[in-house]
Ligand binder design. Structure first.
Ligand code: ATP
Length: 328
């Protein structure tokens, strides 16, 4: 894609330097709620980073996003976006943000294209300046042909993509996506991933996105913020999280379930922890690798055929479950 929107005024002229978002002891307590939805959270997001926001249902992700977007005010603490307070200085903070919220209504009786046109006006840019960009985004996302359709005629996936175009209509410096791939098929999810990567690499857009698809956050985020019960458990590179909270294990593949049981039994006898699932045996701990020659000898002596051995580190998904379960 080559087109870029021709922007005027505040959006185009806005200087961005250093951190894009800073939060200090940020807290949100909804009325009549016993516990805060976001509880004493502090972090910085630097320009050009892609940040994954990961947490179970009700963890506080959307509330955090809403405070960054100035949709809801913090109860205490503070958040700054482009060095401005999103609630008290909405123009300075929000003109650089493009957000795709979980619930974002369209005017259902208008064509999709008109909804984009309205969004452009709402953002203070002329449609003719952003039109080529919007159409190119639609082309990239495969919804160009759907733009003349009335919104209520669009499929869930088309609406999702239209929301993304709307969030990007002014090529924001900070793009916030609240579960952008919810309800999308596998191809759609990969398309969103490629798109986010392209925005970061080609346009230096800072991205904050929440998702329940941990694999896509792991693949595409430079850092992941793990949040549970309103608190940030860890904010680090996916690799660091896996190294810190994950464990190394040996994966042994055998020819049949009986052989799997025999390998697991050998491991247990050797003082290791093992679980066999059909033809796959998982043996925990770094020591398992050291004992591989002994295992091979044992298998040769007992006519057990090993068809594959690999050392693996836990996935981010396993680590995430462990982190949030341990929270009790
Ligand atoms: N407007 C509101 N009024 C009262 N409580 C709210 C409101 N919005 C959210 N909450 C509560 O705040 C907590 C955090 O909700 P939030 O929507 O931020 O979580 P989430 O991590 O985005 O969840 P999900 O993954 O399910 O979308 C939940 O306990 C929720 O019930």
């Amino acid at each position: 894609m080559k087109t870029r929107p021709q922007l005027t005024g505040e959006v185009a002229g806005m200087a961005v330097s250093g951190d894009v978002v800073t939060a200090e002891a940020l807290t949100k307590r909804y009325r009549r709620s016993e516990t805060p939805a976001v509880d004493d959270v502090s972090f910085e997001i630097a320009r050009g980073e892609t940040i994954g926001l990961l947490g179970p249902n009700g963890a506080g992700k959307t509330t955090l996003i809403k405070m960054i977007c100035g949709v809801t005010a913090p109860s205490s603490g503070r958040v700054q976006v482009f060095d401005a307070d999103p609630v008290r200085q909405p123009v300075a903070a929000k003109s650089g943000i493009g957000a795709m919220h979980q619930i974002a209504p369209f005017d259902e009786m208008l064509p999709a294209l008109d909804n984009l046109r309205i969004s452009a006006r709402f953002r203070g840019v002329r449609w003719r300046d952003v039109r080529p960009w919007a159409l190119e985004l639609a082309e990239f996302l495969g919804v160009a042909k759907a733009l003349p359709q009335l919104c209520f005629q669009l499929s869930g996936g088309q609406r999702q993509r239209l929301q993304l175009i709307r969030a990007l209509i002014t090529l924001p410096k900070l793009l916030i996506l609240d579960e952008p791939s919810a309800g999308l098929d596998v191809a759609g999810r990969h398309q969103i991933e490629r798109f986010v990567t392209w925005l970061r690499e080609e346009h230096g857009v800072t991205v904050l996105w929440s998702s329940h698809h941990i694999d896509e956050l792991e693949r595409n985020s430079q850092r992941v913020m793990v949040i549970n019960r309103g608190r940030v458990l860890r904010f680090a590179k996916p690799r660091e999280l896996v190294e810190e909270f994950g464990s190394v294990h040996l994966r042994v593949t055998v020819d049949d379930a009986g052989a799997g049981g025999a390998v697991a039994a050998w491991a247990e006898n050797a003082g290791l922890t093992a679980t066999a699932e059909e033809t796959e045996v998982r043996i925990e701990g770094a020591r398992a690798r050291e004992m591989l020659p002994e295992l091979t000898r044992h298998c040769q002596d007992h006519d057990i055929v090993i068809s594959g051995v690999s050392t693996a580190l836990d996935s981010l998904e396993t680590v995430f479950l462990r982190m949030t379960e341990n929270e009790g």
